[in-house]
Each structure stands twice: as C-alpha cells, then as structure tokens.
Ligand binder design. Structure first.
Ligand SMILES: Cc1cc2nc3c(=O)[nH]c(=O)nc-3n(C[C@H](O)[C@H](O)[C@H](O)COP(=O)(O)OP(=O)(O)OC[C@H]3O[C@@H](n4cnc5c(N)ncnc54)[C@H](O)[C@@H]3O)c2cc1C
Length: 305
C-alpha cells in the first residue's frame, strides 16, 4: 500500500466502503479505491498492479454493480470525476470515460445532434455505458460509435474501431483488463423538435415505470427473448418479496431496491429466489444484467453446480 501511495497522484482511498460508490449503496470496503489524475497516472498504477499481480477492477459510477459484503481485496479504479473532457467538432463528439451519460445527452441535445436523446436519464459514466452497451427506448450507446481508446495493463493505449468490438443487448466484448479512456461518436444534425420529443418520451417512460425513489442498480436481469424479465418476475408472484433490507420492487419487478440497510447477501438471496421461481413456472433461466464483484456463481444461481 505504501508503494501504491507513493505512485498515485490522483486520489487513493484506503479501505473505502463501496457503499459510497454504488447506486445500491451496498458493498464492503475496497482495499484501495483510486481515481487517477490523468493518463500518465493511470498507466503507472496499471503497471504497478500488473507487476505485483494485484487484482484490479474498473468501475464507473457503480450504477450497474453489486459488490459483496466482504469487500474487494484489490484496487478499484474509476475515471469518474477525473477523466471528464467532452469535446465537439461539428458532429464528431470525443468523450472521456468519466463523463456522466446525462451530461453527454444534454450537450448533444443542446446542439441538435441526434442519436443520444433516448438515453436521457440512464445513470452512469460513458465508460460503464460502453461496457454495458447501455440502451433505452430504442437507442443504444454503441449506435453512433466510431472508436474507443483503451489502456492495457502494460500502460499502452490502443484504439479499437467499432468493428473490433461486438455489441449486443446489454453486452460488449471489451476485455476486463482494458480500461476505457475515451470514445468518439459521429452524430448527425436532427430536427430539434423531434429530439426534444424523443427525450421527453424517454423521461416520462422512465419516471412512470421505474421506482426512482429507492436505491437500485436498474434492471437486475436481462430480458430473455421470450418476454420482459419484469413480466416474468411479476407473473411468478415475486413483487414485494423481501430479504433483510432488500425488496423486489412492487413498482417494477426487475428492480430490486435497497430500503436503507440492505446487504449484498440480501440482494443475492433475492436473485436466487427469483431465478428459482421463474425457472419453476416458465422453464426460463434468467441472465444477470447487473455486474457483480466478489460472488461465487452458486451465491447467485440456484441451478449452479
Ligand atoms: C435507476 C436506474 C435506471 C437504469 N436504467 C437503465 C437503462 O434504461 N438502460 C440501461 O442500459 N441501463 C440502465 N441502468 C443501469 C446503468 O445505469 C448502466 O448499466 C450504466 O451504463 C452503468 O454505468 P456506470 O458508469 O455506473 O458503470 P458501473 O456500474 O460502474 O460498471 C458497469 C460495468 O462497466 C465496467 N466499466 C465501467 N467503467 C469502465 C471503464 N472506464 N473501463 C472499463 N470498464 C469499465 C465495469 O467493470 C462493469 O463491468 C439503470 C440503473 C439505475 C440505477
């Protein structure tokens, strides 16, 4: 830790509760929580972690993340609040990974650039949005993507073109040891009225369908091909199911909410219950959308051997 402390020029928080860095407000302490000051800083930290075989986790703003109660024995690195440059050159937008998606959407809307407007209200950073291929109301972040700069664990920067990465529904093939630095998008001028309309529609849809008063990580499961996960969970009678301080939302069954004192073990148990009940009723195995740190498969999957 002393060696790491001597390297980091940005912020290093030791034994940092992940409750502060996840929208669930859940998760044990990370041994080291680092916000690098810049690329040079990041490159030194990655090389250090790699040379010492220290487990390293990249996160954005933790809005799609469930961290185990025992915490993270490694280094957590985020670009949030550090890599926050956003530049426009006509329709070319260059965005650093720590930029909040909401800011990106707003700035594009203000310039009448179309393509981002339906993502209004999706929490998180640009980095997290790319890894998750975040989407809403018909739009996906990868739609107008040109390329992405990533830093490897050896500190080298590589530019990945859109075609180098596979994107699908809440899925991308970025590797776990690639830190997303920035992305470039090409957007076209659109009709301001239509852009506003699409944004308003997305905002209204979100407000009416999601339990936004409570802490959550958005949808817990991906929608299987057959039906929306929320519908299956609802039909399996799971709305309102509680474990400890966590509950399957009565508003939207695919949102699991923290009523204040939930542990990650409570959410994990709800995940197991939900998967078991949906499989029993529909013979459908639900896949997690939420990313997890610190769990065994059997903690989250009643069908795991
Ligand atoms: C109320 C609510 C509503 C939501 N609605 C939607 C929705 O409509 N559509 C939708 O798609 N999602 C939705 N989400 C989920 C979440 O907002 C998105 O998945 C978001 O894109 C995650 O961004 P993040 O920065 O918080 O990423 P995190 O949760 O921090 O991380 C997500 C993944 O990205 C990786 N990652 C993050 N940053 C980097 C980086 N710089 N380099 C490499 N890897 C990185 C992490 O390792 C992790 O695997 C919602 C969440 C909430 C709480």
């Amino acid at each position: 830790m002393a060696e790491l402390r001597s390297i980091v020029r940005g912020t290093l928080l030791e034994n940092e509760p992940m409750t502060r860095h996840t929208t669930y407000g859940i998760g044990g302490p990370a041994a080291a929580f680092v916000t690098p000051r810049d690329r040079k800083d990041l490159s030194k930290i990655l090389k250090f972690a790699s040379q010492h075989s220290i487990q390293t986790f990249f996160i954005g703003s933790g809005s799609n993340l469930l961290v185990a109660d025992q915490g993270i024995d490694g280094i957590v690195i985020t670009p949030a609040k550090a890599l926050t440059n956003l530049e426009f050159n006509g329709g070319r937008v260059t965005v650093e990974s720590g930029v909040m998606l909401g800011r990106l959407v707003k700035e594009c809307n203000n310039r009448n650039l179309t393509g981002m407007e339906s993502l209004i209200g999706v929490p998180g950073t640009l980095g997290g949005a790319l890894v998750m291929n975040a989407g809403a109301f018909g739009g996906e972040i990868s739609n107008n993507l040109v390329n992405v700069d990533v830093m490897k664990m050896n500190g080298q920067i590589e530019t990945l073109n859109h075609g180098d990465v596979d994107f699908a529904y809440r899925f991308s093939t970025f590797s776990k040891d690639e830190f997303i630095l920035l992305a470039r998008f090409d957007l076209e001028q659109g009709d301001p009225r239509q852009i506003q309309e699409r944004s308003h529609k997305a905002s209204r849809g979100r407000k009416s369908s999601q339990p936004l008063r409570f802490r959550s990580a958005g949808s817990v499961f991906k929608n299987p091909e057959e039906q929306a996960a929320g519908y299956l969970l609802d039909q399996a009678g799971l709305k309102g199911t509680k474990v400890g301080g966590a509950e399957i939302s009565t508003h939207h069954a695919n949102f699991f909410v923290n009523h204040g004192d939930a542990k990650s073990a409570d959410i994990a148990e709800l995940i197991r219950i939900a998967r078991k009940r949906v499989y029993k009723k529909f013979k459908i195995k639900l896949d997690l959308e939420v990313k997890t740190i610190g769990f065994n498969q059997k903690d989250l999957d009643p069908h795991a051997s």
